[in-house]
Design a protein around this ligand. Sequence first.
Ligand code: ADP
Length: 270
Amino acid sequence: GPPAHVTARVAPLSSRLVLALVEDRTRERRVEAIRRDFVANVSHELKTPVGALTLLAEAVEDAADDPEAVTRFAGRMQTESARLNRLVQQIIELSRLQGDDPLDDPQPVDVDKVVVRAIDQSAIDAQSRRIDVVQDGERGLEILGNVDEVALALGNLVSNAVAYSPDGSTVVVSARPDATRVDLSVTDQGIGIPADEIDRIFERFYRVDPARHRSTGGTGLGLSIVKHVAASHGGDVRVWSVEGQGSTFTLELPRRTTGSPAAAGPDIPE
Ligand code: ADP
């Protein structure tokens, strides 16, 4: 039943209000539990690279008269600090997005530009592994949202597609409209996701058996950021995957057409 203080406070109110208050308290508690969980996970995840850096710094000190070892340890320190950097950056992004509140002020977003931006973010990784990232689908579409959030989310999907694909394969980023939304999908020919894990990959810090990945660079936060961006846009994200064959992630966002509310006002200059 409802906690005592709620009952006492709402006694004179209508039953509708009582229910609203109890629901509010339940939601507050759930949000609080999620926050506590997140902080615990963050502490745990930060301890790994920080611990490694501490050990490596000690090792460098001990290896002072072995230049080869110093170089090796320094290289690993760079890897660990890059990982720490990525982690901190994604934690900041995620905490900004948390809450799934609708966007304050959605704006027209040029889909073609956002796709190019997302592809560019992974260009160096893709090139070094001869992975071809191509743009496909319809051009000239617009969505209603926040250009930086959409670029971030789509960028995360492209970066995953590249990370979990074999050298020399192809990744396709395509935009397809229907009456009310635009589907932005990223298709790879990569390792795919086991069916029994597919429901979990959007959880914060969740990674499918990291041992099967070529790199240990992931944080497990990329897809939870995508999920929050979809939610704040009133959209959704879906995944289709066959293990060993590849995956398609689709970000569904509200389409901006000439009839959309934001089209009524004057156009925002770019
Ligand atoms: P990470 O930083 O580990 O990539 P994400 O939240 O972006 O974190 O993804 C969670 C997990 O989902 C990844 O660790 C990986 O196991 C799996 N995954 C995500 N995208 C793909 C993909 N395109 N192909 C195969 N597995 C993927």
